[in-house]
Design a protein around this ligand. Structure first.
Ligand code: PGA
Length: 250
């Protein structure tokens, strides 16, 4: 199985456009020293996407958005559509992040609508799934992430699933410094992979307190194909170092 590898920086609500420009200037000079076989995606806030697009031009850095609406245009105050993202060369979109599920009414149903729109609009959806601490303690982690995965891709042809990305992010591990043990993350991710036909070659990323110190222990796991990184992606040197460590486990 030859699954492509990806490292995605989820900046969340961090960095102005000016800060984004400084970051990308500092980051692109490090690209020659980064492994070629790892795809690198930066997902800045919407207001920084235009500047990020100009700054990364000509480099192999790809651009992601942190969410989008499922409709292409219309009366949806505050929302952003797929064509608006594509205009700036955005290639990936994170959907169903637990913070958006918790605070912005994102549901399995709207994630599914967005997945269909993303695929129709040639955007690569990065669908986030993951359990709460209560669900983990209750022993329903696998059932929950499998249900989220099946709901997200309901109605999507198995043949299209090699072109999507899934991120397993245990909610209790996000931003807490309490990362999920790599072997346990791998086990859940293998369960996700076997939950639908067509996921054999789909990149599945781990997310949740991944950092330079622990990334290598994830990279060696067979069902982990990269990371969705929040806090540890905010510094360009640290993020570059994390990508190096992801590619060359000790
Ligand atoms: P974290 O966030 O790396 O800061 O834990 C990951 C995420 O929420 O995507």
């Amino acid at each position: 199985m030859n699954v492509r590898r990806l490292v995605v920086a989820n900046w969340k609500m961090n960095k102005t456009a000016a800060e984004t420009a400084d970051y990308i200037d500092a980051f692109v000079v490090q690209l020659p020293s980064l492994p070629r076989d790892v795809e690198i995606v930066l997902a800045p806030p919407f207001t920084s996407i235009c500047r990020a697009a100009a700054k990364r031009e000509g480099s192999r850095v790809r651009l992601g958005a942190q969410t989008m609406h499922w409709e292409l245009h219309g009366a949806f105050t505050g929302e952003i559509s797929a064509p608006m993202l594509r205009e700036f060369g955005v290639s990936h979109v994170i959907l169903g992040h637990s913070e958006r599920r918790a605070h912005c009414n994102e549901t399995d149903r709207t994630v599914n609508l967005k997945v269909h729109t993303a695929l129709e609009q040639s955007l690569i959806p990065i669908v986030a799934v993951g359990e709460t601490l209560e669900q983990r303690r209750a022993g329903v982690t696998d059932d929950h992430v499998v249900a989220q995965t099946r709901a997200a891709f309901d109605g999507v042809d198995a043949g299209a699933l090699a072109g999507v990305v899934i991120a397993y992010e245990p909610i209790w591990a996000i931003g807490t410094g309490e990362n999920c043990e790599p072997a346990e993350a791998n086990r859940v991710m293998a369960t996700i992979r076997s939950s639908l036909q067509g996921l054999r070659e789909t990149p599945i990323l781990y997310g949740g307190s991944m950092n330079t110190g622990n990334v290598a222990s994830y990279a060696t796991q067979p069902d982990i194909n990269g990371g969705l990184i929040g806090g540890a992606s905010l510094d360009p040197d640290g993020f570059a170092q994390l990508i190096r460590s992801a590619a060359s486990p000790p």
